[in-house]
Design a protein around this ligand. Sequence first.
Ligand SMILES: NC(=O)C1=CN([C@@H]2O[C@H](COP(=O)(O)OP(=O)(O)OC[C@H]3O[C@@H](n4cnc5c(N)ncnc54)[C@H](O)[C@@H]3O)[C@@H](O)[C@H]2O)[C@H](O)CC1
Ligand SMILES: [K+]
Length: 502
Amino acid sequence: MKIFRTEQVKYIDAYTIQNEPIASIDLMERAAHALFGWFRNRFHNNRKVIIFCGPGNNGGDGLALARMLLNVGYNVHTYYLSSKSYSEDFNTNLVRLKEASSSIYMINSPKDFPKIEPDDIIVDALFGSGLSRPIEGLAADLISSINSSNALVVAIDIPSGLFGEENSVPNSNPVVRASYCLSLQFPKIAFFMSENEEYVKDWRTLPIGLHPDAIEQTPSPYFYTTLSDISTNLLNQSKFAHKGSFGHVLIMAGSYSMMGAACLCSKASIRSGVGLATLYIPKCGYEIAQTAVPEALALTDSNDTHLTNYPDLNKFSAICVGPGMGQDTETASMIRSLIKNSTKPLVIDADGLNLISKNIDLLQELKAPAILTPHPGEFDRLFGKSSSSWEQLQKAISMAQRYGVIIVLKGAYTRVVLPNGEVHFNSTGNSGMATGGSGDVLSGVIAGLLARGLEPKDAAIIGVFVHGLAGDLAADDFGKVSLCATDILNYICKAFQHLTKK
Ligand SMILES: NC(=O)C1=CN([C@@H]2O[C@H](COP(=O)(O)OP(=O)(O)OC[C@H]3O[C@@H](n4cnc5c(N)ncnc54)[C@H](O)[C@@H]3O)[C@@H](O)[C@H]2O)[C@H](O)CC1
Ligand SMILES: [K+]
Protein backbone atom coordinates (compact mmCIF):
# COMPACT_ATOMS: atom_id res chain seq x y z
CA MET A 1 0.00 0.00 0.00
CA LYS A 2 1.34 3.35 -0.99
CA ILE A 3 1.32 5.83 1.89
CA PHE A 4 1.61 9.59 1.83
CA ARG A 5 2.76 12.66 3.65
CA THR A 6 -0.08 14.62 5.23
CA GLU A 7 0.08 17.43 2.68
CA GLN A 8 -0.30 14.84 -0.09
CA VAL A 9 -3.40 13.43 1.62
CA LYS A 10 -4.87 16.94 1.51
CA TYR A 11 -4.33 16.92 -2.25
CA ILE A 12 -5.91 13.44 -2.61
CA ASP A 13 -8.79 14.66 -0.48
CA ALA A 14 -9.30 17.70 -2.76
CA TYR A 15 -8.99 15.56 -5.89
CA THR A 16 -11.66 13.20 -4.55
CA ILE A 17 -14.00 16.10 -3.82
CA GLN A 18 -13.54 17.45 -7.34
CA ASN A 19 -13.45 14.26 -9.37
CA GLU A 20 -15.67 11.71 -7.65
CA PRO A 21 -17.30 14.24 -7.31
CA ILE A 22 -18.46 14.57 -3.73
CA ALA A 23 -19.15 17.65 -1.62
CA SER A 24 -16.52 18.23 1.04
CA ILE A 25 -19.17 18.00 3.77
CA ASP A 26 -20.28 14.63 2.41
CA LEU A 27 -16.72 13.32 2.43
CA MET A 28 -16.55 14.37 6.07
CA GLU A 29 -19.84 12.56 6.66
CA ARG A 30 -18.36 9.43 5.07
CA ALA A 31 -15.29 9.70 7.31
CA ALA A 32 -17.47 10.21 10.38
CA HIS A 33 -19.58 7.24 9.39
CA ALA A 34 -16.49 5.03 9.27
CA LEU A 35 -15.44 6.32 12.71
CA PHE A 36 -18.96 5.75 14.04
CA GLY A 37 -19.02 2.16 12.76
CA TRP A 38 -15.77 1.34 14.54
CA PHE A 39 -16.84 3.10 17.73
CA ARG A 40 -20.22 1.41 17.93
CA ASN A 41 -18.70 -2.03 17.47
CA ARG A 42 -16.20 -1.39 20.19
CA PHE A 43 -18.04 0.46 23.01
CA HIS A 44 -21.40 -0.03 24.62
CA ASN A 45 -23.58 3.08 24.94
CA ASN A 46 -23.64 2.98 28.75
CA ARG A 47 -20.35 4.88 29.01
CA LYS A 48 -20.11 8.65 28.88
CA VAL A 49 -18.41 9.92 25.74
CA ILE A 50 -16.57 13.26 25.84
CA ILE A 51 -15.60 14.62 22.42
CA PHE A 52 -13.03 17.43 22.22
CA CYS A 53 -13.04 19.32 18.91
CA GLY A 54 -10.57 21.74 17.40
CA PRO A 55 -11.42 24.48 14.86
CA GLY A 56 -10.61 22.59 11.65
CA ASN A 57 -11.92 19.57 9.82
CA ASN A 58 -10.57 17.20 12.44
CA GLY A 59 -12.95 18.97 14.82
CA GLY A 60 -15.64 18.70 12.12
CA ASP A 61 -15.18 14.92 12.10
CA GLY A 62 -15.62 14.95 15.87
CA LEU A 63 -18.87 16.94 15.66
CA ALA A 64 -20.31 14.63 13.01
CA LEU A 65 -19.34 11.59 15.08
CA ALA A 66 -21.01 13.15 18.14
CA ARG A 67 -24.29 13.52 16.20
CA MET A 68 -24.20 9.92 14.94
CA LEU A 69 -23.51 8.55 18.43
CA LEU A 70 -26.30 10.66 19.95
CA ASN A 71 -28.73 9.35 17.36
CA VAL A 72 -28.22 5.80 18.60
CA GLY A 73 -28.43 6.62 22.28
CA TYR A 74 -24.87 7.32 23.45
CA ASN A 75 -24.43 9.86 26.26
CA VAL A 76 -22.26 12.38 24.40
CA HIS A 77 -20.81 15.66 25.69
CA THR A 78 -19.08 17.80 23.10
CA TYR A 79 -16.49 20.49 23.85
CA TYR A 80 -14.88 22.74 21.26
CA LEU A 81 -12.02 25.17 21.50
CA SER A 82 -12.83 28.85 21.12
CA SER A 83 -11.12 30.15 18.00
CA LYS A 84 -11.07 33.22 15.75
CA SER A 85 -12.23 31.08 12.87
CA TYR A 86 -13.56 27.63 12.13
CA SER A 87 -13.54 25.59 8.93
CA GLU A 88 -16.70 25.66 6.85
CA ASP A 89 -17.45 21.99 7.42
CA PHE A 90 -16.87 22.46 11.15
CA ASN A 91 -19.52 25.19 11.19
CA THR A 92 -22.01 23.10 9.22
CA ASN A 93 -21.54 20.18 11.58
CA LEU A 94 -21.86 22.42 14.64
CA VAL A 95 -25.26 23.61 13.40
CA ARG A 96 -26.29 20.00 12.71
CA LEU A 97 -25.16 18.88 16.14
CA LYS A 98 -26.96 21.71 17.92
CA GLU A 99 -30.20 20.42 16.41
CA ALA A 100 -29.59 17.06 18.09
CA SER A 101 -27.95 17.96 21.41
CA SER A 102 -27.82 20.55 24.15
CA SER A 103 -24.60 19.19 25.69
CA ILE A 104 -22.25 21.32 23.61
CA TYR A 105 -19.75 23.60 25.33
CA MET A 106 -17.17 26.11 24.12
CA ILE A 107 -13.83 26.07 25.94
CA ASN A 108 -12.49 29.57 26.61
CA SER A 109 -10.24 28.86 29.55
CA PRO A 110 -9.07 25.90 31.67
CA LYS A 111 -12.07 26.58 33.93
CA ASP A 112 -14.22 25.16 31.14
CA PHE A 113 -12.45 21.78 31.05
CA PRO A 114 -14.80 19.01 32.12
CA LYS A 115 -14.03 16.61 34.94
CA ILE A 116 -12.98 13.34 33.32
CA GLU A 117 -13.85 10.08 35.10
CA PRO A 118 -11.73 6.95 34.49
CA ASP A 119 -14.64 5.17 32.88
CA ASP A 120 -15.35 7.96 30.36
CA ILE A 121 -14.34 7.59 26.74
CA ILE A 122 -12.59 10.61 25.29
CA VAL A 123 -12.56 11.34 21.58
CA ASP A 124 -9.65 13.51 20.51
CA ALA A 125 -10.72 15.58 17.49
CA LEU A 126 -8.61 18.62 18.33
CA PHE A 127 -6.08 18.64 15.51
CA GLY A 128 -5.42 16.27 12.65
CA SER A 129 -3.34 16.50 9.54
CA GLY A 130 -3.67 20.31 9.52
CA LEU A 131 -1.40 20.78 12.54
CA SER A 132 0.94 23.55 11.48
CA ARG A 133 3.01 24.19 14.59
CA PRO A 134 3.55 22.69 18.05
CA ILE A 135 0.56 23.16 20.34
CA GLU A 136 0.69 25.85 23.02
CA GLY A 137 -1.65 27.74 25.37
CA LEU A 138 -5.18 26.59 26.04
CA ALA A 139 -5.07 23.61 23.67
CA ALA A 140 -1.82 22.46 25.30
CA ASP A 141 -3.43 22.71 28.76
CA LEU A 142 -6.39 20.70 27.51
CA ILE A 143 -4.09 17.97 26.16
CA SER A 144 -2.29 17.82 29.52
CA SER A 145 -5.66 17.46 31.24
CA ILE A 146 -6.65 14.63 28.85
CA ASN A 147 -3.31 12.90 29.38
CA SER A 148 -3.54 13.11 33.15
CA SER A 149 -6.96 11.46 33.20
CA ASN A 150 -7.18 7.69 33.34
CA ALA A 151 -9.85 7.57 30.67
CA LEU A 152 -9.53 5.72 27.40
CA VAL A 153 -8.74 8.04 24.50
CA VAL A 154 -9.74 7.50 20.86
CA ALA A 155 -7.89 9.86 18.51
CA ILE A 156 -9.39 10.78 15.17
CA ASP A 157 -6.89 10.54 12.32
CA ILE A 158 -3.79 11.21 14.45
CA PRO A 159 -3.23 12.02 18.13
CA SER A 160 -3.45 15.80 18.43
CA GLY A 161 -0.06 17.44 18.57
CA LEU A 162 1.71 14.75 16.57
CA PHE A 163 2.94 15.67 13.10
CA GLY A 164 2.37 13.09 10.38
CA GLU A 165 6.04 12.61 9.57
CA GLU A 166 8.88 14.22 11.48
CA ASN A 167 8.51 15.09 15.17
CA SER A 168 11.10 16.68 17.39
CA VAL A 169 12.76 14.23 19.77
CA PRO A 170 12.33 14.44 22.70
CA ASN A 171 8.93 15.96 22.08
CA SER A 172 8.59 18.78 24.61
CA ASN A 173 5.21 19.93 23.27
CA PRO A 174 2.08 18.19 24.41
CA VAL A 175 0.70 15.35 22.32
CA VAL A 176 -2.43 13.35 23.14
CA ARG A 177 -1.61 9.86 24.41
CA ALA A 178 -4.18 7.86 22.52
CA SER A 179 -5.28 4.36 23.42
CA TYR A 180 -6.62 3.96 19.88
CA CYS A 181 -5.97 6.00 16.80
CA LEU A 182 -8.34 5.77 13.84
CA SER A 183 -6.36 7.00 10.87
CA LEU A 184 -8.39 7.93 7.79
CA GLN A 185 -7.55 5.71 4.80
CA PHE A 186 -3.76 5.61 5.27
CA PRO A 187 -1.43 5.19 8.23
CA LYS A 188 0.81 8.16 9.04
CA ILE A 189 4.55 7.66 8.70
CA ALA A 190 4.93 8.89 12.30
CA PHE A 191 3.19 5.71 13.52
CA PHE A 192 6.27 3.71 12.50
CA MET A 193 8.71 5.67 14.66
CA SER A 194 9.54 4.12 18.05
CA GLU A 195 9.58 7.51 19.80
CA ASN A 196 5.85 7.90 19.13
CA GLU A 197 4.81 4.64 20.75
CA GLU A 198 3.46 6.39 23.85
CA TYR A 199 1.06 8.47 21.70
CA VAL A 200 -0.06 5.79 19.23
CA LYS A 201 -0.59 2.56 21.12
CA ASP A 202 -3.07 0.85 18.86
CA TRP A 203 -3.86 2.27 15.46
CA ARG A 204 -5.89 1.16 12.48
CA THR A 205 -6.94 2.67 9.20
CA LEU A 206 -10.53 3.25 8.19
CA PRO A 207 -11.16 3.41 4.44
CA ILE A 208 -13.07 6.53 3.39
CA GLY A 209 -13.11 5.96 -0.37
CA LEU A 210 -10.49 8.46 -1.51
CA HIS A 211 -10.15 8.55 -5.29
CA PRO A 212 -8.02 5.67 -6.71
CA ASP A 213 -6.67 7.83 -9.55
CA ALA A 214 -5.25 10.36 -7.10
CA ILE A 215 -3.75 7.56 -5.04
CA GLU A 216 -2.14 6.07 -8.12
CA GLN A 217 -0.88 9.35 -9.59
CA THR A 218 0.52 10.91 -6.44
CA PRO A 219 4.17 9.88 -6.23
CA SER A 220 5.47 8.64 -2.92
CA PRO A 221 8.58 6.76 -1.87
CA TYR A 222 6.74 5.32 1.14
CA PHE A 223 4.84 2.01 1.21
CA TYR A 224 3.27 -0.17 3.89
CA THR A 225 3.46 -3.89 3.08
CA THR A 226 0.27 -5.79 3.86
CA LEU A 227 -0.91 -9.24 2.83
CA SER A 228 -2.59 -7.95 -0.32
CA ASP A 229 0.70 -6.41 -1.50
CA ILE A 230 2.47 -9.76 -1.65
CA SER A 231 2.49 -11.19 -5.14
CA THR A 232 2.05 -14.91 -4.58
CA ASN A 233 2.75 -15.62 -8.27
CA LEU A 234 6.38 -15.23 -7.34
CA LEU A 235 6.05 -18.29 -5.12
CA ASN A 236 4.42 -20.58 -7.68
CA GLN A 237 5.85 -24.09 -7.97
CA SER A 238 5.80 -25.73 -11.39
CA LYS A 239 4.46 -29.28 -11.50
CA PHE A 240 7.65 -30.34 -13.32
CA ALA A 241 9.99 -28.71 -10.83
CA HIS A 242 13.06 -30.56 -9.56
CA LYS A 243 15.51 -29.47 -6.90
CA GLY A 244 17.58 -27.68 -9.51
CA SER A 245 14.61 -25.49 -10.37
CA PHE A 246 14.68 -23.56 -7.13
CA GLY A 247 18.26 -22.50 -6.87
CA HIS A 248 21.17 -23.34 -4.63
CA VAL A 249 21.97 -21.12 -1.67
CA LEU A 250 25.35 -20.88 0.00
CA ILE A 251 25.18 -20.02 3.70
CA MET A 252 28.55 -18.87 5.06
CA ALA A 253 28.03 -18.73 8.79
CA GLY A 254 29.05 -19.95 12.21
CA SER A 255 32.18 -20.10 14.31
CA TYR A 256 33.20 -21.88 17.51
CA SER A 257 30.31 -21.34 19.98
CA MET A 258 28.01 -19.77 17.40
CA MET A 259 27.01 -22.70 15.22
CA GLY A 260 23.37 -22.27 16.19
CA ALA A 261 23.20 -19.18 13.98
CA ALA A 262 24.41 -21.16 10.98
CA CYS A 263 21.84 -23.90 11.61
CA LEU A 264 18.91 -21.50 12.07
CA CYS A 265 19.87 -19.54 8.97
CA SER A 266 20.28 -22.54 6.69
CA LYS A 267 17.11 -24.22 7.95
CA ALA A 268 15.19 -21.01 7.31
CA SER A 269 16.49 -20.87 3.74
CA ILE A 270 15.35 -24.46 3.20
CA ARG A 271 11.90 -23.67 4.64
CA SER A 272 11.70 -20.80 2.17
CA GLY A 273 11.69 -23.19 -0.74
CA VAL A 274 15.26 -23.16 -2.00
CA GLY A 275 16.17 -26.29 -3.99
CA LEU A 276 19.53 -26.89 -2.37
CA ALA A 277 21.42 -25.38 0.53
CA THR A 278 25.13 -25.64 1.22
CA LEU A 279 26.48 -24.60 4.59
CA TYR A 280 30.06 -23.34 4.56
CA ILE A 281 31.42 -23.55 8.10
CA PRO A 282 34.65 -23.84 10.08
CA LYS A 283 35.72 -27.43 10.76
CA CYS A 284 34.38 -27.41 14.34
CA GLY A 285 30.89 -27.10 12.92
CA TYR A 286 30.89 -30.10 10.59
CA GLU A 287 29.14 -32.64 12.81
CA ILE A 288 26.79 -30.06 14.19
CA ALA A 289 25.70 -29.02 10.70
CA GLN A 290 25.33 -32.56 9.41
CA THR A 291 23.27 -33.53 12.44
CA ALA A 292 21.17 -30.43 12.92
CA VAL A 293 20.51 -29.67 9.26
CA PRO A 294 20.42 -33.00 7.40
CA GLU A 295 18.83 -31.34 4.35
CA ALA A 296 21.91 -29.15 3.76
CA LEU A 297 25.27 -30.07 2.28
CA ALA A 298 28.18 -29.17 4.54
CA LEU A 299 31.49 -27.80 3.30
CA THR A 300 34.25 -26.90 5.71
CA ASP A 301 36.83 -24.15 5.74
CA SER A 302 40.46 -25.13 6.38
CA ASN A 303 40.25 -23.41 9.78
CA ASP A 304 38.88 -25.08 12.92
CA THR A 305 37.09 -22.20 14.59
CA HIS A 306 36.27 -19.44 12.09
CA LEU A 307 35.97 -18.81 8.37
CA THR A 308 39.05 -17.75 6.44
CA ASN A 309 38.02 -18.41 2.85
CA TYR A 310 35.04 -19.14 0.63
CA PRO A 311 34.34 -21.97 -1.80
CA ASP A 312 34.02 -21.77 -5.59
CA LEU A 313 30.89 -19.66 -6.06
CA ASN A 314 29.96 -20.82 -9.55
CA LYS A 315 27.22 -23.28 -8.71
CA PHE A 316 25.39 -21.08 -6.22
CA SER A 317 22.55 -18.76 -7.09
CA ALA A 318 22.74 -16.59 -3.93
CA ILE A 319 24.94 -16.27 -0.87
CA CYS A 320 24.23 -15.38 2.73
CA VAL A 321 27.22 -14.35 4.79
CA GLY A 322 27.56 -13.34 8.40
CA PRO A 323 25.36 -15.10 10.98
CA GLY A 324 27.45 -16.21 13.96
CA MET A 325 30.60 -15.74 11.92
CA GLY A 326 32.68 -13.84 14.49
CA GLN A 327 35.02 -10.99 13.72
CA ASP A 328 38.46 -12.59 13.38
CA THR A 329 40.91 -10.67 11.16
CA GLU A 330 41.11 -13.65 8.80
CA THR A 331 37.32 -13.59 8.49
CA ALA A 332 37.56 -9.86 7.77
CA SER A 333 39.90 -10.43 4.83
CA MET A 334 37.66 -13.24 3.55
CA ILE A 335 34.66 -10.94 3.45
CA ARG A 336 36.64 -8.20 1.71
CA SER A 337 37.57 -10.64 -0.99
CA LEU A 338 34.02 -12.03 -1.20
CA ILE A 339 32.55 -8.56 -1.69
CA LYS A 340 35.06 -7.70 -4.40
CA ASN A 341 34.66 -10.97 -6.29
CA SER A 342 31.15 -12.34 -5.90
CA THR A 343 28.94 -11.90 -8.91
CA LYS A 344 26.16 -13.75 -7.06
CA PRO A 345 23.62 -11.75 -5.07
CA LEU A 346 24.49 -11.45 -1.41
CA VAL A 347 22.65 -11.20 1.88
CA ILE A 348 25.01 -9.70 4.43
CA ASP A 349 24.04 -10.02 8.07
CA ALA A 350 25.35 -9.77 11.63
CA ASP A 351 29.16 -10.13 11.86
CA GLY A 352 29.35 -9.68 8.09
CA LEU A 353 28.02 -6.17 8.69
CA ASN A 354 30.18 -5.57 11.75
CA LEU A 355 33.28 -6.39 9.69
CA ILE A 356 32.20 -4.09 6.86
CA SER A 357 31.56 -1.26 9.32
CA LYS A 358 35.33 -1.06 9.86
CA ASN A 359 35.74 -0.14 6.19
CA ILE A 360 32.42 1.08 4.86
CA ASP A 361 33.74 1.99 1.41
CA LEU A 362 34.04 -1.73 0.73
CA LEU A 363 30.39 -1.43 -0.25
CA GLN A 364 31.53 0.56 -3.26
CA GLU A 365 33.34 -2.52 -4.50
CA LEU A 366 30.29 -4.75 -4.63
CA LYS A 367 29.89 -6.47 -8.00
CA ALA A 368 26.52 -8.04 -7.27
CA PRO A 369 23.23 -6.88 -5.76
CA ALA A 370 23.41 -6.92 -1.97
CA ILE A 371 20.85 -6.94 0.82
CA LEU A 372 22.15 -5.69 4.17
CA THR A 373 20.09 -6.72 7.19
CA PRO A 374 21.23 -4.60 10.15
CA HIS A 375 19.43 -4.21 13.47
CA PRO A 376 19.61 -0.61 14.74
CA GLY A 377 22.92 -1.20 16.58
CA GLU A 378 24.56 -2.66 13.47
CA PHE A 379 23.10 0.15 11.38
CA ASP A 380 24.68 2.74 13.69
CA ARG A 381 28.02 0.94 13.51
CA LEU A 382 27.82 0.96 9.72
CA PHE A 383 26.58 4.47 9.09
CA GLY A 384 26.92 6.39 12.38
CA LYS A 385 24.46 7.25 15.13
CA SER A 386 21.24 9.16 14.49
CA SER A 387 19.37 11.35 16.92
CA SER A 388 15.94 9.96 16.02
CA SER A 389 14.26 7.16 14.07
CA TRP A 390 13.25 9.72 11.45
CA GLU A 391 16.87 10.79 10.97
CA GLN A 392 17.95 7.14 10.91
CA LEU A 393 15.41 6.44 8.18
CA GLN A 394 16.61 9.39 6.08
CA LYS A 395 20.17 8.13 6.51
CA ALA A 396 19.15 4.62 5.43
CA ILE A 397 17.60 6.12 2.28
CA SER A 398 20.70 8.07 1.38
CA MET A 399 23.03 5.12 2.11
CA ALA A 400 20.92 2.71 0.05
CA GLN A 401 21.12 5.21 -2.80
CA ARG A 402 24.82 5.93 -2.37
CA TYR A 403 25.94 2.29 -2.29
CA GLY A 404 23.21 0.86 -4.50
CA VAL A 405 22.25 -1.68 -1.85
CA ILE A 406 19.02 -2.79 -0.19
CA ILE A 407 18.99 -2.03 3.51
CA VAL A 408 16.64 -4.03 5.72
CA LEU A 409 16.54 -1.97 8.90
CA LYS A 410 15.14 -4.40 11.45
CA GLY A 411 12.79 -3.60 14.34
CA ALA A 412 9.09 -2.87 14.75
CA TYR A 413 7.82 -2.03 11.24
CA THR A 414 11.09 -3.23 9.69
CA ARG A 415 11.98 -0.87 6.87
CA VAL A 416 13.12 -2.29 3.54
CA VAL A 417 14.96 0.59 1.90
CA LEU A 418 15.71 0.24 -1.80
CA PRO A 419 18.48 1.81 -3.92
CA ASN A 420 15.83 3.94 -5.68
CA GLY A 421 14.90 5.55 -2.37
CA GLU A 422 11.68 3.61 -1.78
CA VAL A 423 10.89 2.61 1.79
CA HIS A 424 8.61 -0.37 2.48
CA PHE A 425 7.45 -0.51 6.11
CA ASN A 426 6.50 -4.05 7.13
CA SER A 427 3.21 -4.76 8.85
CA THR A 428 3.89 -8.17 10.41
CA GLY A 429 5.92 -9.17 13.45
CA ASN A 430 5.74 -8.59 17.19
CA SER A 431 7.93 -7.76 20.16
CA GLY A 432 8.33 -11.46 21.05
CA MET A 433 10.60 -11.70 18.01
CA ALA A 434 13.21 -9.50 19.67
CA THR A 435 15.13 -12.60 20.72
CA GLY A 436 18.51 -14.15 19.85
CA GLY A 437 18.53 -15.99 16.53
CA SER A 438 15.51 -14.23 15.07
CA GLY A 439 17.76 -12.26 12.70
CA ASP A 440 19.54 -15.45 11.56
CA VAL A 441 16.18 -16.86 10.55
CA LEU A 442 15.35 -13.67 8.63
CA SER A 443 18.59 -13.64 6.65
CA GLY A 444 18.01 -17.32 5.80
CA VAL A 445 14.50 -16.64 4.50
CA ILE A 446 15.67 -13.73 2.35
CA ALA A 447 18.64 -15.70 1.01
CA GLY A 448 16.39 -18.68 0.23
CA LEU A 449 14.00 -16.51 -1.77
CA LEU A 450 16.89 -14.79 -3.52
CA ALA A 451 18.38 -18.14 -4.49
CA ARG A 452 14.99 -19.27 -5.80
CA GLY A 453 15.31 -16.49 -8.31
CA LEU A 454 13.25 -13.67 -6.83
CA GLU A 455 14.46 -10.15 -7.59
CA PRO A 456 16.41 -8.78 -4.59
CA LYS A 457 13.66 -6.25 -3.92
CA ASP A 458 10.97 -8.95 -3.79
CA ALA A 459 13.15 -11.32 -1.77
CA ALA A 460 13.70 -8.61 0.85
CA ILE A 461 10.10 -7.37 1.04
CA ILE A 462 8.48 -10.82 0.98
CA GLY A 463 11.16 -12.32 3.24
CA VAL A 464 10.60 -9.66 5.88
CA PHE A 465 6.82 -10.08 5.62
CA VAL A 466 6.94 -13.89 5.89
CA HIS A 467 9.38 -13.81 8.80
CA GLY A 468 7.09 -11.41 10.70
CA LEU A 469 4.02 -13.46 9.84
CA ALA A 470 5.74 -16.64 11.08
CA GLY A 471 6.48 -14.78 14.33
CA ASP A 472 2.85 -13.66 14.62
CA LEU A 473 1.47 -17.14 14.01
CA ALA A 474 3.96 -18.61 16.49
CA ALA A 475 3.05 -15.94 19.07
CA ASP A 476 -0.63 -16.85 18.68
CA ASP A 477 0.22 -20.36 19.86
CA PHE A 478 3.03 -19.76 22.35
CA GLY A 479 2.72 -16.12 23.43
CA LYS A 480 5.29 -13.37 23.00
CA VAL A 481 7.15 -13.96 26.26
CA SER A 482 8.37 -17.46 25.43
CA LEU A 483 8.74 -17.02 21.68
CA CYS A 484 12.16 -18.14 20.45
CA ALA A 485 13.90 -18.23 17.07
CA THR A 486 13.19 -21.94 16.61
CA ASP A 487 9.46 -21.20 16.94
CA ILE A 488 9.72 -18.59 14.19
CA LEU A 489 11.57 -21.10 12.05
CA ASN A 490 8.94 -23.77 12.68
CA TYR A 491 6.14 -21.43 11.62
CA ILE A 492 7.69 -20.34 8.32
CA CYS A 493 5.74 -23.17 6.62
CA LYS A 494 2.46 -21.89 8.04
CA ALA A 495 3.33 -18.37 6.97
CA PHE A 496 3.97 -19.46 3.37
CA GLN A 497 0.77 -21.51 3.42
CA HIS A 498 -1.10 -18.42 4.57
CA LEU A 499 0.34 -16.45 1.65
CA THR A 500 -0.17 -18.99 -1.06
CA LYS A 501 -3.76 -19.75 0.06
CA LYS A 502 -4.86 -16.11 -0.02
N1 LIG B 1 -8.80 13.02 3.31
C1 LIG B 1 -8.90 12.95 4.57
O1 LIG B 1 -8.07 12.32 5.20
C2 LIG B 1 -9.98 13.66 5.22
C3 LIG B 1 -9.72 14.27 6.41
N2 LIG B 1 -10.63 14.88 7.14
C4 LIG B 1 -10.24 15.39 8.43
O2 LIG B 1 -9.66 16.65 8.25
C5 LIG B 1 -8.50 16.76 9.04
C6 LIG B 1 -7.63 17.84 8.53
O3 LIG B 1 -8.38 19.02 8.62
P1 LIG B 1 -7.76 20.49 8.53
O4 LIG B 1 -8.88 21.42 8.65
O5 LIG B 1 -6.90 20.57 7.35
O6 LIG B 1 -6.80 20.54 9.77
P2 LIG B 1 -7.02 20.34 11.35
O7 LIG B 1 -8.39 20.05 11.72
O8 LIG B 1 -5.98 19.36 11.75
O9 LIG B 1 -6.58 21.70 12.02
C7 LIG B 1 -6.55 22.88 11.29
C8 LIG B 1 -6.87 24.08 12.18
O10 LIG B 1 -6.08 24.13 13.31
C9 LIG B 1 -5.22 25.28 13.26
N3 LIG B 1 -3.96 24.89 13.82
C10 LIG B 1 -3.03 24.12 13.26
N4 LIG B 1 -2.03 23.90 14.12
C11 LIG B 1 -2.33 24.57 15.26
C12 LIG B 1 -1.71 24.74 16.51
N5 LIG B 1 -0.54 24.18 16.78
N6 LIG B 1 -2.28 25.48 17.46
C13 LIG B 1 -3.46 26.06 17.22
N7 LIG B 1 -4.13 25.95 16.04
C14 LIG B 1 -3.56 25.22 15.08
C15 LIG B 1 -5.20 25.69 11.83
O11 LIG B 1 -4.87 27.04 11.70
C16 LIG B 1 -6.61 25.36 11.42
O12 LIG B 1 -7.51 26.32 11.88
C17 LIG B 1 -7.95 15.39 8.99
O13 LIG B 1 -7.01 15.15 10.01
C18 LIG B 1 -9.20 14.54 9.13
O14 LIG B 1 -9.56 14.39 10.49
C19 LIG B 1 -12.00 15.02 6.55
O15 LIG B 1 -12.98 15.08 7.45
C20 LIG B 1 -12.34 13.89 5.58
C21 LIG B 1 -11.31 13.69 4.57
K1 LIG C 1 -6.87 14.21 16.49
